[in-house]
Design a protein around this ligand. Structure first.
Ligand SMILES: [Zn+2]
Length: 332
């Protein structure tokens, strides 16, 4: 599969009547494509995947989830934002090889950070060699595996939210105020919950919701330790909402997880989006952002409508729109 073939699978969702939007842009200017299912009224959740380049199986999983939900219809109130691929530049390098780099200097830069290897099948970072899931402003730089120089993995960037993809995801999340987020990664068949500094009350709430997700998928629920700067961590720290990292694919499988394992992974995760939205509704009174989301419903619907009309290729200003209540903390 080439990068273009993978992107085409997302674009083809429009043939089923789904609308795509951009949650932002990558460093190289690629669209961070997403779609929305359900209603813009009521509670919202965000499901994002492929923030690590080699984990594009999660993009394929989310496409299957969207197709399934779109054909069945959502039986829960509220809506779900799917963001299919947070690191498209990195995925292109993994799928099409290092010769797809935009220029010779970038190519040599990437090879240097990849242990001087031209094999990029195990590559995790973005085109700047930043590990996007360590670049968020949540105890940034304090992870035990963080490195501070460009690398194929674990480089947290020169400062938090330095990367365009991370800025896009942050702005999108602040704009749409989900009550819960799920980040799909591979591999290991585990679910991570919680973040250091979280209140005991919120941690117990997150454990309860996580237990339900664990029962549905059969994946083990694990409390996060020694990891910082991830999207999940940021959601918990800044928004105080329940947020989860779900690692799909058996631990013994090599990266990248082969497409032949997609049916197995989809069966384990088929009902996760609807379940997660149902849990967000069930626990809404215990989630601080719930009230804020409801207050902004009318404003958000208007913006989403104008957004849909402009078409996903023309909607460039999305990442520049910021929630007023959070803008002072997040302007960088
Ligand atoms: Zn990952």
């Amino acid at each position: 599969m080439t990068y273009q073939e993978l992107v085409q699978k997302i674009v083809d969702l429009q043939n089923d009547g789904l609308e795509l939007f951009n949650a932002g842009k990558s460093v190289l200017g690629k669209n961070l494509l997403g779609t929305h299912l359900g209603s813009y009224e009521g509670n919202q959740i965000v499901i994002q995947g492929c923030i690590h380049a080699r984990e594009y199986i999660t993009t394929l999983l989310m496409i299957e989830q969207v197709k399934y939900l779109h054909s069945q219809g959502l039986n829960v109130s509220g809506g779900i934002y799917f963001l299919f691929m947070t690191d498209p530049d990195g995925v292109e390098i993994v799928l099409d090889g290092i010769n797809s780099a935009p220029c010779e200097i970038t190519k040599q830069y990437l090879i240097l950070g990849n242990n001087n290897s031209t094999n990029f099948s195990q590559y995790k970072a973005n085109i700047n060699q930043v590990d996007l899931n360590t670049n968020f402003d949540a105890d940034w730089g304090q992870g035990t595996q963080n490195v501070f120089c460009p690398n194929s993995e674990n480089f947290c960037g020169f400062y938090p939210e330095s990367e365009r993809e991370v800025q896009g995801l942050v702005n999108f999340t602040l704009k749409n105020r989900p009550l819960l987020t799920i980040s799909y990664h591979s591999k290991g068949e585990v679910i991570y919950y919680g973040f250091q500094g979280e209140s005991a009350e919120n941690l117990e709430r997150d454990r309860q919701i996580g237990t339900r997700l664990s029962e549905e998928t059969g994946y083990q629920l694990i409390l996060t330790e020694n990891s910082t700067g991830g999207y999940k961590d940021w959601c918990i720290r800044k928004l105080q909402i329940p947020a989860y990292t779900i690692e799909v694919g058996r631990s013994e499988l090599p990266h990248p997880i082969g497409i032949e394992y997609l049916p197995e992974i989809f069966e384990q995760n088929r009902y996760v989006p609807e379940l997660a939205l149902g849990l967000a509704n069930e626990y809404a009174s215990q989630i601080k952002s719930a009230k804020i989301v409801n207050i902004n419903t009318k404003e958000r619907k208007i913006k989403n409508d104008s957004y849909a009309r402009s078409g996903f290729n023309g909607a460039k200003s999305f990442q520049n729109r910021r929630s007023t209540s959070w803008s002072s903390n997040h302007q960088k």
